[in-house]
Ligand binder design. Structure first.
Ligand SMILES: Nc1nc2c(ncn2[C@@H]2O[C@H](COP(=O)(O)OP(=O)(O)O)[C@@H](O)[C@H]2O)c(=O)[nH]1
Ligand SMILES: [Mg+2]
Length: 326
């Protein structure tokens, strides 16, 4: 891959700070390609962050997250707020179906004040570091709200609670699975719970089950996660949900908890970037370093054991890095 010139990245970042959508889109594309493309602009982006209210919307595929988000966006646009959306797509690159669906559903609400980006979930999990850096760019670009849509399938999505200021867990009525899922970890992460598709007759039962499951749950500072019923397609209950979202943000500020949330985000970002960088380095070495390749072959042919070799490769890489620096 051709190296992107630093000046070009800096120019893009400066345009992004002014809210120029094309520059933001291009910048995110470049960040997706490589962490290194963020390096020349980190000092431009970072001081301008920490202004947006970051909202995570999670739940099973088909729960109505995208529909709900588009309705929230419509309301926020009436207040003249600017909204950035990052939708992390669960589907494999082969099917790609829901990605298209999301685009079509959201398209209607995309106007000048809305920026939307879809991103595939990668093997690193449902919340790739690319999404986190994109979120920082949107924050710096002056969006009042940054909404991240992730797919919560049990434990895999708990990271969203370390990223968003407000986490909304969406639940579909009917299937007992949802309650199982709540027990499997989503119980710990939501600041607000939403039983969507309330137009369905099963919604009442699910609502009561969720309420029962959350009965004794209290979050830090004394926040008791509220449960909402919405019918996003009919625009029912969305205004009330938005009021609660704002209430939660005010609560975090009032209790001095907002800073703590953001500390978690920064630590998660550091952790993810370290792992991503190391993985990238390892891949490079495994595919190009002849000595390391030789070791790999000898593990494959049962001449050496993987435990000893993994340590040796680690040391080799560290030595290489050290030599490269001095
Ligand atoms: N009946 C009903 N269908 C809904 C509601 N909200 C969304 N849907 C439908 O559920 C499907 C999945 O919605 P989508 O927003 O893509 O879900 P996501 O996968 O969670 O983002 C779509 O066909 C929506 O039209 C609702 O409140 N009631
Ligand atoms: Mg969706």
């Amino acid at each position: 891959m051709e190296k992107t010139s630093e000046q070009y990245l800096v120019d893009l970042a400066e345009q992004a700070l002014k809210g120029e959508k094309q520059a933001i889109a291009k910048l995110i594309t470049l960040i997706e390609e490589s962490i290194e493309n963020f390096e020349p602009i980190a000092s431009i982006i970072w001081p301008n962050t920490l202004r947006a209210h970051v909202i995570g919307v999670t739940g099973m595929p088909g729960a109505g997250k995208s529909t709900l988000i588009s309705r929230l966006v419509k309301l926020l646009r009436r207040e003249d707020k600017r909204i950035g959306i990052i939708a992390i797509d669960p589907s494999s690159p082969l099917s790609g179906g829901s990605l298209l669906g999301d685009r079509i559903r959201m398209q209607r609400y995309l106007d000048e004040g809305v920026f939307m980006r879809s991103m595939p979930a990668r093997r690193e999990g449902v919340l790739p570091w690319r999404a986190l850096l994109s979120l920082e760019i949107l924050d710096a670009a002056g969006y009042d709200y940054v909404i991240i849509e992730t797919v919560g399938a049990g434990q895999s999505d708990v990271q969203i609670m370390n990223v968003a200021d407000t986490v909304i867990v969406t639940i579909i009525p009917g299937a007992g699975d949802e309650i199982q899922m709540l027990k499997a970890g989503l119980m710990e992460i939501g600041d607000i719970y939403v039983v969507n598709k309330a137009d369905r007759p099963e919604a009442e039962t699910t609502y009561n089950q969720v309420r029962f499951a959350l009965e004794n749950i209290i979050r830090e500072g004394g926040w008791k996660p509220p449960i909402h019923k919405t019918a996003a397609v009919m625009n029912r209950g969305v205004k009330e949900l938005l009021d609660t979202i704002k209430k939660h943000y005010a609560f975090l500020k009032d209790k001095n908890l907002l800073g703590k949330r953001r500390e978690k985000r920064r630590l998660l970002e550091l952790d993810m970037l370290l792992k991503a960088r190391f993985e990238q380095l390892l891949e490079e070495k495994l595919s190009s370093d002849r000595e390391i390749l030789e070791l790999v072959m000898r593990v494959r042919s049962h001449q050496l054991d993987p435990v000893t070799v993994s340590k040796k490769i680690l040391y080799d890489i560290m030595r290489c890095l050290h030599e490269a620096r001095s």
